[in-house]
Write a protein that binds this ligand. Sequence first.
Ligand code: FES
Length: 306
Amino acid sequence: MYQIAKKETLAPNLIFMSFRAPGIAAAAKPGQFVIIRVDELGERVPMGLAGWDEADGTVDIVFYVLGTSTMKLASLKEGDSILNLAGPLGRPTELERNGSVIVACGCFGIGPSMPLIRELKAIGNRVIVVVEARGSGFIFWEDRLRELSDELHIVLGDGSCGVKAWADDLVADLLKAGRKVDRVYVHGCPFMMKEVSEATRPFGVKTIVSLTPIMVDGTGMCGACRVEVAGKTKFACVDGPDFDGHEVNWEVLTLRMRQLMAEEDRSHALWERENWHKLIASPEELARMMGEGGGLPEHRGGACWT
Ligand code: FES
């Protein structure tokens, strides 16, 4: 069992959790992930590591409440425990001193970007961070991001910051303006990673995306996480999660990630009908969780496929 040491609602439907897992905290590296199983009936859900503290023996995640498993997880409180937390899994991000790099992130992807930004800076890169959200209420850790990065850009899809734009728009603008960018890293939903990859493609800037599709064992045995990269089948859990965004077959990835949506919707509706009271154990937290613009997940005017 893995105890929840800390829980915080960061924005509507976006939750931070820290778990007691000293073994994982001692071995974690930027870019790696854990697979979470809330209880014996739970599915296994991969989530990028948003941080770890070896001295405290804790590891952090940020997740978006989207289906049954994340809703079950969101219904737990500090002091509660989950059944399994396996990790650290996947290859760590290959970190090099490239010069000037962009880290583009949004939503739950802000979480795993934090250790990446910290490490890219530590080895001497100039780090430009581009954060996207659909509105100002969905931005979190702005102060930390500003402190960690050399340059921070926030873009809001609802136009409330003056310009209606997403991360790919801003990345394209920086490249069109002739800014020196040696590499781009992207963390967020697959749609956002695809769009940023398309924005950088004409400029030939290598773009690393982090793929955590449907997974089961996380060790390369089951094949559930297969993705097509450069025309070859790869397993995201052991060959990734990092891949060159210009080589990913996004259409195949989208179809595979959507294949169980009908079952997921049914499961979500059933769980919510029987367990909604667990989410109002703390009315204040529920209000924070739902917030303005909370409720049904949306992203860029469509379904958020995470
Ligand atoms: Fe089974 Fe990757 S999750 S092979």
